[in-house]
Every structure is written in structure tokens, then in C-alpha cells.
Ligand binder design. Structure first.
Ligand code: IMP
Length: 177
């Protein structure tokens, strides 16, 4: 499919499925190499990372576990406004090597909050694995250990990422026209 229409917008194919899978396999190989003796716990951040995590884990062949978390926003009473909370965590992270599996790091603010919330659980080490990074938008100091692909500062959908709730099921990545 060269283009898709979702609600009021047209999106054009920008990263084919084969290219994504190739990069996902490369990242899995790096993780297999680096964390072979760490028994890591992967934390897939829902909803956006579901497809990435599924494909990534098919190629991770070291002893490991996977868990699924979500960031929920609520309007706090403080002047800081919306605060994101981590929900769905049932496993203990204390002393573990944690690998955060995210769909995209844009400004990096979500990832920074996630890191704070995870560090409250006293893991031994936290690594970040993101399918996509928009380097031009990144506005915080963040070391991302594993990146499948860097993309320009444009809005995209597919392979887990949505536009207004839709398009997550697309097997490739499409950029807004
Ligand atoms: P950040 O806090 O600015 O880094 O935003 C990260 C979150 O914004 C991601 O987890 C996505 O849910 C969402 N996001 C950022 N860029 C895009 C995009 O191009 N398409 C769809 N969602 C996006």
C-alpha cells in the first residue's frame, strides 16, 4: 500500500515492513550480545510498542522476561498539571536489568518520566530500547541504548503508532502528507 487515508489525513509509505524487520533483528542481536548474562526484564510500553516488542522478542534468544506497562495521565492538583503514572507493573524490578521497549522518543519527556518511575523500583540497571527516535525534536539529555531507526521531525503512523487511535495495525510506517 503506497498510501493510506486515516480520518482527515493522507499518509504515504515511508519505511517498508522489510526495512523495519531488518533493523529490529539488528537491535535484537545487540541486546543478545550485551545482556546475555543479565537475565533482563523487558518492559513493553503500551499501546504504541506492542508490535515492536512482539517482533523484537522473536529474535531475543537470551534468558529474559517480558512485562507490559502503561503510562496513564491524570490531572494532578498541583500546578505541575498532568502527571504520568506507571500502571500494570506486576513484577518486581528490584536488582534487575530493565530494558524499556518504547515506540518512539520524540521530545524525550515521556521517557524521562518513565525512567524516574522505574528507578523508584530500585532496578540494578535501566536500558532504553526505542523503535524510533526523532533526533531534531529531542530536548532532554537522554542516552538511548538501542535505536532501530532515526526519522525526521514528521508525524508518522503504523507498526504500533497511531493517529487519533487508528493505524496501529499497519505493518509498515507511513508519514503524513
Ligand atoms: P515525547 O514525550 O515527546 O518523547 O513523546 C513520546 C510519545 O508521543 C510516544 O510514545 C508516542 O505515543 C507519541 N508520538 C510522538 N511522535 C509521534 C508520531 O509521529 N506518531 C505517533 N505518535 C507519536
Amino acid at each position: 500500500m503506497a498510501s493510506v487515508k486515516i480520518k482527515d489525513k493522507v499518509f504515504n509509505l515511508s519505511i517498508p515492513e522489510e526495512t523495519i524487520i531488518g533493523q529490529v533483528k539488528r537491535v535484537a542481536a545487540e541486546i543478545n550480545r550485551d545482556l546475555a548474562d543479565s537475565n533482563p526484564i523487558f518492559l513493553c510500553v503500551l499501546n504504541g510498542a506492542f508490535m515492536f516488542a512482539g517482533d523484537l522478542m522473536k529474535h531475543v534468544n537470551i534468558p529474559s522476561e517480558i512485562s507490559f506497562v502503561k503510562l496513564s495521565s491524570y490531572s494532578g492538583t498541583e500546578s505541575t498539571g498532568r502527571v504520568k503514572q506507571l500502571i500494570g507493573l506486576s513484577d518486581t524490578l528490584r536488582g534487575r536489568t530493565v530494558v524499556i521497549v518504547e515506540d518512539i522518543v520524540d521530545t524525550g519527556l515521556t521517557m524521562l518520566r518513565l525512567l524516574d518511575l522505574i528507578r523508584e523500583h530500585e532496578p540494578k540497571e535501566v536500558r532504553i530500547c526505542s523503535l524510533l527516535v526523532k533526533p531534531d525534536k529531542l530536548k532532554v539529555d537522554l542516552h538511548i541504548d538501542y535505536v532501530a531507526m532515526e526519522i525526521p521531525n514528521e508525524f508518522i503512523v503504523g507498526y504500533g503508532l497511531d493517529y487519533d487511535g487508528q493505524g496501529r495495525n499497519l505493518p509498515a510506517i507511513y508519514t503524513v502528507e
